[in-house]
Design a protein around this ligand. Structure first.
Ligand code: ATP
Ligand code: MG
Length: 197
């Protein structure tokens, strides 16, 4: 089994996350790409705006019915700060497979600050995509990363969860183009991201 792991806060999940997951799945011929929402991202200085339950539910409605896409609650269930090295260790125990960690180029840039990045690269290959507005990677990459890195050709939309949240707060209806319709419907139904909290 070849399994891709796309970790993040997904606050909320948007079409950029979906485009990345589907491109990597298809180009690396993965059996599945699994979205793994973090309980808490140790690199972000504040908690997510939406709670665990909502972020998991939004990912589930987004992945539903799309072949080769799944969602795991492994980091939410573990709780506390979410470290990818621990997630990969746990995944190797419960479901041995050929794992690929998927990163946008912004995440790739900060990767050496993660906990045990070299160990991560022994547990998994790294599939990276350029995230706009970045056009190419100009920062240096450590050898341990370069050795396991596979660039995937993908032109993901230039969108972030931060921008989606701000559009939702302003009630900007153009936000629908950046969200899976079922995620938009979920956000409206649960009145998420209405006020800065
Ligand atoms: P925020 O604005 O809250 O940081 P985000 O849009 O960056 O949200 P994250 O949950 O932080 O989303 O990102 C998870 C992963 O998805 C990271 O590896 C990130 O690089 C990647 N990613 C998110 N959006 C895009 C995009 N538009 N294009 C390419 N990669 C993306
Ligand atoms: Mg981000």
């Amino acid at each position: 089994m070849k399994i891709g792991i796309l970790g993040g806060t997904f606050d909320p999940p948007h079409v950029g996350h979906l485009a990345v997951a589907e491109s990597v799945r298809d180009q690396l011929e993965l059996d599945e790409v699994v979205f793994v929402p973090a309980a808490r991202n140790p690199m972000k200085d504040r908690r997510a705006h939406a709670g665990h339950k909502h972020r998991l539910a939004m990912l589930r409605v987004m992945a539903e019915g799309k072949p080769g896409l799944g969602v795991s609650d492994i980091e939410i269930t573990r709780g506390g700060s979410s470290y990818m090295v621990e997630t990969l260790e746990e995944l190797h125990l419960v479901q041995p497979a050929d794992y690929w960690l998927i990163l946008g180029s912004d995440a790739l840039q900060g990767f050496s600050e993660w906990r045990h990045p070299e160990r991560i690269c022994r547990f998994a290959g790294v599939a990276a995509v350029i995230r706009p507005p970045m056009e190419k990677v100009t920062f240096p990459l450590p050898d341990y990363l370069e050795n396991v890195l596979d660039w995937v050709e993908c032109r993901p939309p230039n969108i972030s969860s931060t921008r989606v949240r701000s559009m939702l707060q302003r009630r900007d209806e153009d936000v629908v183009r950046w969200l899976d319709p079922r995620v938009y419907e979920y956000i409206q139904r649960h009145r998420l991201y209405r006020i800065e909290d």
